[in-house]
Design a protein around this ligand. Structure first.
Ligand code: 5AD
Ligand code: SF4
Length: 508
């Protein structure tokens, strides 16, 4: 789990008379993907997507409880939504995700205008819950299950507008059995469960057939995939490295990512896969949490800082240019200045290209919430700032080292900066900005289209992103050719066609 951006996800589709839904999503990629799954289920049940909450008849909030701040967002949202609900009779409000899983009925009791709550194992119930709510019923459904049924979801509805035409999330496992002492996840997502390999491959094939080129495999400890089942002799799972190899062999799949792995589950085969599988992106998100062995032990992380240094070395031996990113917590109970210095040392030694760093937030019911020696908030804040300053330095240096080199960018869409640039990701998962070319960033005449993989030159570096310039004359090497050869539908607004239009981009 990384990328804890707080997102408003719009599932926009065309449609007329059908009632409309909108999903507001907080938290990790797993939550974003759960919102996609719910949106898809609702589309299959006859609902249509709304552009925003104002246009919606059904509003769902998919919640996160990883830190206190995320949880508070729900409560302030719910307060504000009393007016939304009162504005139009018949409006329905539902809450899902980690807070719903923990609080269930309590939410319904506390918020009279809330119609239903659904837990992390109950996504498939949402259309029925929404239907019941229209008939005036209120319910909380948060039962945990160990059934594999939760992976049986319908294929993408024609109106589905999830992560994009070219990049898709695919769930491979869910839950966590590790119980790191700071983490609420095992309490909200339940026990580790792996999806049968066959279902994963079928989904990837279907996605590739629809033009998807990048799959992002999701799981709370994604590289623990199948470990319990293999030990028990379950025949429908394979080792994680083998799963990657099978996915890499699916025609049309050009990029594979996975998130988030746990450092303890990198076996030799997985490390080697990074050198052997061409579509496997040279980026590993390796959540370290701390560089102090004493803190790691209290966190119950099951590794020492030197294990991470060795793992980083092995990954670089397998694939020299692999980019490593991480998650770090500062101010964990009992963290001394020396412990914190060990974290800074680890970050420097491994040379993380980027990191997500957080102040420790005690979560009710977790082991660390009971630990003595809390770090004062001002001290935690100061450590966070020192850590982030070091990271900015490392990120900028890594970015600068790439100026003048080539890479390929999977274009995601208009830049978030709103400056009429496009933004996308390179294989190392770095954000790259590109000139949009035309008037409208969504369909720039002569420029790359969202969903395209564009060869570029890196011309500038900032601590947050790279600036790229498309290499128009390399169009013949463009992977789109491969996709066409493999019999997949070509792009309506493909980059190749854009290249023919000429002029909009500076030529090299
Ligand atoms: N406090 C602060 N950060 C946390 N994380 C998980 N639990 C907590 C907590 N209680 C961080 C970890 C994890 C990331 C998703 O969030 O770094 O990897
Ligand atoms: Fe949380 Fe640890 Fe499980 Fe990650 S491995 S989800 S940090 S308990």
């Amino acid at each position: 789990m990384n990328d804890f951006a707080e997102l408003d996800d719009v599932f926009h589709v065309e449609g007329e008379a059908a009632p409309r839904f909108f999903v507001r999503t907080y938290g990790c990629q797993m939550n974003v993907h759960d919102s996609e799954k719910v949106a898809n289920l609702l589309l299959h049940a006859g609902w249509r997507g709304a552009d925003d909450a104002d246009a919606a008849d059904l509003l769902l909030i998919n919640t996160c409880s990883i830190r206190e701040k995320a949880e508070h967002r729900l409560y302030s949202d719910l307060g504000a939504l009393r007016a939304w609900k009162a504005e139009r009779p018949g409006r329905i409000l539902g809450v899902g995700g980690c807070v719903a899983q923990q609080e269930g009925d309590t939410l319904l009791r506390r918020f009279g205008h809330l119609d239903f709550a659904f837990g992390t194992h109950n996504l498939r119930l949402v259309p029925a819950l929404a239907e019941a709510a229209r008939a005036g019923e209120r319910a909380a459904r948060v039962e945990e299950t160990r059934s594999l049924e939760r992976f049986d979801l319908p294929a993408r509805h024609p109106a589905f507008a999830g992560r994009g035409r070219r990049s898709a999330y695919v769930t491979v496992m869910e839950g966590c059995d590790l119980f790191c002492s700071f983490c609420i996840v095992p309490h909200t997502r339940g026990r580790e469960i792996s999806r049968p390999a066959e279902g994963i491959l079928r989904e990837v094939e279907t996605l590739a057939g629809a033009g998807v080129r990048e799959v992002i495999l999701l799981g709370q400890t994604v590289n623990a995939y199948g470990r319990h089942d293999l030990r028990k002799g379950r025949a429908d799972v394979v080792p994680f490295a083998e799963l990657l190899a099978r996915i890499a062999a699916v025609p049309g799949i050009e990029r594979i990512r996975y998130t988030s792995p746990h450092p303890s589950f990198f076996d030799d085969a997985l490390v080697r896969a990074h050198g052997e599988l061409a579509p496997l992106c040279p980026h590993v998100h390796l959540p370290a949490q701390s560089g102090s062995d004493a803190v790691l032990a209290r966190m119950r992380r099951r590794y020492a800082a030197d294990d991470l240094r060795r793992l980083a070395d092995s990954l670089r031996t397998a694939r020299a240019d692999v980019a490593l990113t991480t998650d770090l917590i500062v101010g964990f109970p009992g963290e001394s200045e020396a412990d914190f210095a060990a974290t800074l040392a680890l970050v420097r030694d491994v040379g993380f290209v980027d990191s997500y760093s957080f102040k420790y937030s005690p979560r009710p019911g977790t082991a660390a919430a009971e630990l003595p020696d809390r770090v004062p908030p001002e001290q935690a804040q100061q450590r966070l700032e020192r850590l982030q300053a070091l990271q900015r330095e490392l990120t900028l240096a890594a970015h600068r080292a790439r100026v003048g080199t080539h890479t390929e960018v999977l274009v995601e869409g208009p830049s978030r900066k709103g400056d009429r640039q496009l933004q996308g990701r390179d294989p190392y998962h770095r954000v790259v900005h590109l000139p949009a070319g035309g008037e409208a960033p969504e369909a720039p005449p002569g420029g790359p289209a969202p969903g395209e993989i564009v060869p570029i030159d890196i011309v500038e570096a900032t601590p947050h992103s790279l600036l790229g310039r498309p290499l128009l004359e390399q169009a013949t090497y463009h992977p789109l050719r491969k996709v066409k050869e493999a019999g997949h539908p070509a792009d309506e607004a493909g980059w190749i066609r854009g290249a023919d239009a000429q002029g909009a981009h500076p030529r090299r």
